[in-house]
Design a protein around this ligand. Sequence first.
Ligand code: SF4
Length: 74
Amino acid sequence: MYLENGCVTIEEDDECITCANLQKGIACPLIHALSLGVVFLEDSLNVTNCGFYKKFERHLKLVLPITDDIPPED
Ligand code: SF4
């Protein structure tokens, strides 16, 4: 992770890549603090073992096409 021109950039080796808090944007306390200027990042930082980490899991729901073919009931 590094800060450039006021933008936080997450790199592939950061734990953040699979974190649910990153998917929600401001839900990450570190990114929130960086965006408010409360915390300053001078160099790059490799994020590992973050105490706020929550694994992001995508839940897909399959929707079956609607058809007029209704099977007869027994
Ligand atoms: S909570 Fe931690 S692991 Fe998750 S996005 Fe923020 S810094 Fe990265």
